[in-house]
Design a protein around this ligand. Structure first.
Ligand code: HEM
Length: 577
């Protein structure tokens, strides 16, 4: 009897196993059918995510796709299930897909990435969005829809739609929709991540921090930070060593922001292991675990919140919290004041005890969070701009000479000193920086989330609350319709004469609308100071170690594979010879 039972059990096992598989497959199918039907229902052009490699996970997709193909007539009118509308090309895909069952590599849709196949192909998300932009644009479409995993994401292509989202219809898109969790990581209660009225009130409190008067106040601090930069390049030049220009630029901007936002001399050049440099680097470093966590936060934000997932490493949070708290108490105890952001934040904190001013005040945690985001949003973006500007100047010697001539003219005018007024007279330098930001926007993708149901103007399309929006800055900046010969570095695009010809909504290095970068002036000023101080003394050329053409690498802020390497000569020395 026992043997009979065992025999039945053994026979039943494959059946039970098979049934479980079918149930899982069906549930996933229904789930995906529902999730990936969003853009189809809305009538928005959408892409069918594809994959060109076979992976073990794909076995799960086999039954869905076959089923989808068989049930085409039943679901086709309202389902955009991957490669489901069986155009001739698609049919081939499905046939190829059937081959998979025989163990042959095949082309077929992706689960669970949606259109975000970058993870497998090593393509940065920013480049991926630029590819989406180009695909929709080449089809003559004014907008399109993709899936970031299961999240429908709207991509405006027409600059009018871009302007609508960022400026005209801002109340519908007031938030970024980027995962954050202030409950478990208080430093995320900062201007970049904050939402709704909280953001509005914080922006109002912080805006006076970035006026031109405050910039003028900080100019001297910034200029002081350029001395170690020049010294480092001088040393490298004298020793005939090549320059890792991103590293040098990042040390300079770390010193500037560290000094202005935290009131701390970071000494990134003198002490290579300076904690600010170390933690600054750590914030932007990518590894497999970080990528997987990032993907999980995009795909399942609610679950990530329940699991108490945070955005920055705990040690990073602790380091910056301690740096701010120490500075705060040092200044209080020793009655010290400096012309920097920290002083302005301290003044906002002190309003906490004033009943009339309390609404305009900041708590200690908020002070920490704002100083932290100034650092994070400010140092790498500015370093990236400085890096690419120096690369292009090194690559285009005539432009470099022209920029240097202008610097020398202004220095002569101001008795050899770089002054606040003088820096604003560097008009050609402005064009060089604007063109750098066009060709290499450090933040190549702008995120928004639909916060109120939105009717896209002149269409029948309604975007639901919660729909993500991805504006491809890289796509717009490299679109030949707006910037002819987009790979050419041509500062004249921004000359007074040509500026008027630029199409509004196509130039977005700092974003636009009420959520435009708050540190815009600060960022531009430090880049200008860095460039002026270097061009004054050195001549740069691209070192063969730089891999050309440059290839964009993974990262939140734009970087290139292999880094950018320059060599330098003392400018005067060369001309004396
Ligand atoms: C060249 C340098 C910089 C570039 C290219 C840059 C770019 C950007 C971009 C594209 C955004 C998003 C705008 C949007 O969503 O519409 C942004 C936001 C922001 N940036 Fe910058 N940035 C730079 C420098 C700085 C600096 C130096 C600081 C601080 C000192 C800073 C602080 C911020 C903050 C706090 C936000 C969030 C603003 C908000 O949501 O209200 N940025 N930046």
């Amino acid at each position: 009897m026992k043997e009979l039972c065992n025999a039945i059990k053994l026979k039943m096992l494959p059946i039970i196993f098979g049934m479980v598989l079918v149930i899982i497959a069906l549930s996933l199918y229904i789930f995906c059918k529902h999730r990936f039907a969003y853009w189809h229902r809305k009538g928005v052009p959408y892409l069918h995510p594809t994959n060109h490699s076979a992976q073990p996970l794909h076995i799960l997709q086999a039954p869905f796709c076959i089923l989808a193909q068989k049930r085409r007539t039943l679901f086709a009118p309202n389902v955009s299930f991957w490669r489901y509308d069986l155009s001739p090309k698609r049919r081939t895909t499905h046939r190829a897909f059937l081959k998979f069952l025989k163990g042959v590599p095949y082309l077929h849709p992706t689960f669970p990435f949606g259109d975000m196949t970058y993870l497998r192909k090593g393509v940065p998300p920013t480049v991926h969005f630029s590819n989406f932009y180009n695909t929709f644009k080449s089809r003559g479409q004014k907008h399109g829809g993709v899936y970031q995993f299961f999240k429908p994401t709207y991509i405006p292509i027409d600059p009018e739609y871009v302007k609508d989202i960022l400026i005209r219809d801002f109340p519908h898109f007031a938030d970024r929709g980027i995962y954050h969790n202030e409950r478990d990581q208080p430093i995320l209660r900062n201007l970049f991540f904050m939402e709704g009225n909280d953001w509005k009130s914080m922006r109002m409190k912080l805006s006076p921090t970035y006026t031109s008067g405050k910039m003028k106040m900080m100019f001297k601090t910034m200029l002081d930070c350029s001395a170690p930069l020049v010294k480092r390049i001088r040393d490298l030049t004298e020793n005939n060593q090549i320059i890792d220009i991103k590293d040098v630029s990042a040390r300079f901007t770390t010193d500037v922001i560290g000094s202005c936002a935290f009131g701390i001399e970071c000494n990134s050049f003198e002490s290579p292991n300076s904690e600010f440099r170390m933690y600054g680097k750590k914030i932007f470093e990518d590894d497999v675990v970080k990528t997987i966590k990032g993907v999980f936060r995009i795909a399942c934000p609610n679950l990530a919140y329940k699991l108490k997932m945070v955005v920055f490493d705990k040690d990073v949070e602790e380091f910056f919290s301690k740096a701010v708290t120490d500075t705060y108490y040092f200044r209080k105890n020793y009655h010290t004041k400096r012309n920097d952001f920290m002083q302005l934040l301290i003044e906002l904190k002190d309003k906490e005890n004033d009943t009339d001013q309390k609404v305009n005040s900041l708590t200690m945690n908020e002070v920490i969070a704002q100083a932290f985001i100034f650092f994070v949003a400010g140092f790498d973006t500015s370093a990236t701009t400085l890096t690419f500007a120096l690369f292009e100047l090194a690559y285009n010697n005539d432009i470099q000479n022209k920029a240097r001539e202008e610097v020398q003219k202004i220095l002569t005018k101001y008795n050899g000193n770089l002054t606040y007024d003088g820096i604003h007279e560097l008009k050609y330098m402005d064009r060089v920086i604007q063109e750098t930001l066009r060709k290499y926007p450090p933040v190549a993708l702008i995120n928004r989330i639909c916060t109120e149901t939105y009717q896209v103007p002149h269409t029948n399309l309604t975007l639901d609350k919660g729909t993500l929006v991805g504006i491809s800055v890289l796509g717009l900046h490299r679109d030949p319709d707006y910037y002819p010969d987009p790979d050419k570095f041509d500062p004249e695009r921004f000359s007074d004469e040509n500026k008027g010809k630029l199409v509004a909504g196509t130039y977005l290095p700092f974003g636009d609308g009420p959520r435009v970068c708050i540190g815009l002036r600060f960022g531009l000023m430090q880049v200008k100071i860095g460039l002026a101080m270097l061009l004054k003394e050195f001549e740069f050329i691209v070192d063969p170690k730089t891999l050309l053409p440059l290839e964009i690498d993974l990262g939140f802020v734009m970087t290139v594979k292999g880094g950018i390497w320059l060599s330098s000569k003392r400018y005067n020395q060369q001309h004396d010879n």
